[in-house]
Design a binder for this molecule. Sequence first.
Ligand SMILES: [Zn+2]
Length: 289
Amino acid sequence: MYTGRFAPTPSGPLHLGSLCTAIGSYLRARSMKGRWLLRIEDLDKQRCSREAADSILRTLELYGLEYDGSVIYQSRQIEQYKEVIRNLKNRDLAYECTCSRSRLKSIGGIYDGRCRNKAEAGKQRISVRFRNPGTVCCFDDILKGRIETSPAESGEDFILLRSDGTVAYNLAVTVDDETEGVTEIVRGADLIPVTTRQINLISSLGFRIPDYMHLPLILSGHDLKYSKQNHAKPVSDEDPAYMCALAMKCLGHMLPEDLNRAPPQEQIAWGIENFSTGRIPGNNQTVQY
Ligand SMILES: [Zn+2]
């Protein structure tokens, strides 16, 4: 059965970009008569809060985006992720890295595999990295067709467990999508660069590789991604009809005139009925609101 999901990070309320991702993945799942799951990716304790998670849940409810099953909170599954990391280490598919932050900075962003064969002894800060075979460096995106990433990016020995004990996003998301039986991942185009490295991890774990659909990013008039980092305006709960219609328009699904002020539930119902991947723009969308 088609299984999709929405997996926000609760570092603030939803903004237009994340609302578009929520609506896009919802319309896709429901138009496929599939399931739509909700996962709160709250592993980063510094950035995430329970209040933000609750606010996201309220907003989804207000827009009539009903998830199946119960909400998954990643922060409650840390032991499961650590178990997978232990298994990878036992199979020599992960290794300890003692490189300092300043060393990583000096090599310019992409890890060079220095600790692959032996980590420096006696170091306090130990992270765990994936021994990436780097076999996959392209994938087929449902909207964008074949996408290639550089071998350096797709084959990087990326971090699975940070030296402060935090489980890394790339590991957690891979485990969850497998455990929850997600068949297709619909998410923002900002995650295109990590897709091939994730597929390399999925393959090493013997998991099923899902299909991918990357939605256009929503940019402000100044060409900034609408995100919390850029202080994007949060989606206020005041005028959901307006915001819902705007999000649908960003996804290439312009509502008929008489539905523009209708309750979001009615707009969403129209969206499910009329959903087509062919309508979704390939390029990022610039919006003022
Ligand atoms: Zn290292």
